[in-house]
Design a protein around this ligand. Structure first.
Ligand code: DI6
Ligand code: FE
Length: 404
């Protein structure tokens, strides 16, 4: 009897992004067949049974299909915005100067504390929709604009709520160690006590965090502070990741590797020893060209060292109100290529397979392979390089999440 599927996409060109195939793992005459939301077959038309049966058959007319995109680093949920600070920066103030003068992250904290869960969801939805409109099927969203237990939990509850309101997979990260709130009066030790003894246990108990992140930086937290947060995460059984070496080299990459972090992110100031440590620990390098561009950083992440040591590279928007008000993963790819000199295959892998790896969900999504969720982006393009090459143009024809 002919095998029966829920849906078949045929007459398609596939960029499978499979790690065991070279480049994009292209298949010129391809078929994808799905059942129960999962891919059952993704491969050549010639190897697919001609008598296969499906409730729904979609002729892709030679369009390209990639895995649904993965944005593996965002701060999508927050109150207010920082357009005023942007104006200050246009007058000459730097991102760090504004932060040190009491603006920056803590000004978004004030606005987030004032917002209800409904308001946080409402202001984040248009940003999420912009990303979904470009084919994003999995997104990571962090807390870190509450900096007290109640607001951090409200922010993460808003994130979970977004996942119920849109067809997208969401991974949350708790970023209590993002900045020092004003009421801490400069006492970092006491604040990290609060993060480790109260916030993180409460967030973990409520099931609100899939991972734990920290901002290790001169304007934020030290390596010692980070170690305390990571040790608490380890006790609670949560994986870690780190904002590392963004504005200065404090050895964040190596520290992330020491804790077998899923990813170390930013990494503009990471040195070769950091890259080597990450390779050994299989920690993914998440590169964020939107932040590099927006704060006019000039130090580029060591892409050549990552290649040399075999460090996986992902690309993400870092969507946040202060350093990267970016809601386009397509533009992040263009910036990865133009600013960081990543090639087309690296950019595409960065927003699919490697983004999934950075979130620990590669078993479920990120490539076109039997057994994974049927998360697809179908594009009106002639060659995959167009996805990286254009600036501000969206050729998405259709997006599929879990087979729908
Ligand atoms: N690094 C960043 O680029 C963002 N957070 C972080 O740790 C910036 C967040 C902000 O400025 O609001
Ligand atoms: Fe960030």
């Amino acid at each position: 009897m002919a095998e029966r599927f829920d849906r078949i996409w045929h007459n398609a060109r596939l960029a499978t992004m499979r790690a065991d195939r070279p480049d994009l793992g292209e298949i010129e005459h391809g078929v994808i067949a799905a059942r129960g939301g999962r891919i059952v077959y993704a491969g050549a038309q010639t190897d697919f049974p001609a008598d296969a049966d499906a409730a729904d058959r979609i002729d892709c007319a030679g369009r390209w299909i990639t895995p649904g995109l993965v944005d593996c680093h965002t701060h999508l949920v927050y109150g207010g915005n920082r357009a005023y600070e942007f104006e200050l920066r246009l007058k000459g103030a730097s991102y760090e100067e504004i932060a040190r003068a009491g603006g920056g992250i803590v000004s978004t904290v004030a606005a987030t504390r004032k917002a209800s869960e409904t308001e946080l969801v409402g202001s984040a939805l248009p940003r999420l929709d912009a990303l979904i409109g470009e084919g994003v099927t999995t997104i990571e969203i962090k807390s870190g604009y509450g900096l007290d237990t109640e607001t951090e939990m409200r922010q993460l509850a808003a994130v979970r709520s977004l996942g119920r309101q849109r067809p997208v997979a969401i991974r949350t990260s708790f970023l209590g160690a993002h900045a020092l709130p004003p009421e801490a009066e400069g006492d970092k030790d006491r604040y990290i006590d609060l993060v480790c003894n109260e916030m993180l246990p409460a967030v973990a108990k409520a099931g609100l965090a899939d991972a734990v992140d920290a901002f290790m930086e001169g304007i934020a937290f030290s390596g010692e502070d980070t170690v305390r947060v990571f040790e608490t995460a380890r006790r609670l059984g949560l994986p870690v990741k780190l904002h590392a070496d963004q504005l200065s080299n404090l050895g964040g990459a190596a520290l992330a590797a020491k804790f077998s972090a899923l990813s170390a992110d930013h990494l503009e100031h990471t040195d070769e020893a950091g890259a080597a440590a990450m390779a050994k620990a299989k920690t993914v390098a998440v590169l964020l060209p939107g932040a590099f561009y927006f704060i006019r950083e000039t130090q580029k992440p060591p892409v050549e060292a990552f290649r040399k040591h075999g460090v996986s590279m992902a690309l993400a928007t870092d969507c946040n109100p202060g350093s990267s008000p970016l809601t386009s993963l397509l533009l992040a790819m263009n910036m990865g290529a133009t600013l960081f000199r990543m090639n087309v295959a690296e950019c595409l892998a960065g927003v699919t397979r490697e983004g999934a790896r950075a979130l620990g969900v590669l078993h479920d999504t990120g490539t076109l392979e039997a057994g994974k969720w049927c998360d697809l982006a179908i594009w009106d393009i002639e060659r995959p390089a167009e996805l990286v090459y254009r600036i501000g143009f969206n050729p998405l024809q259709r997006r599929v999440w879990r087979g729908q």
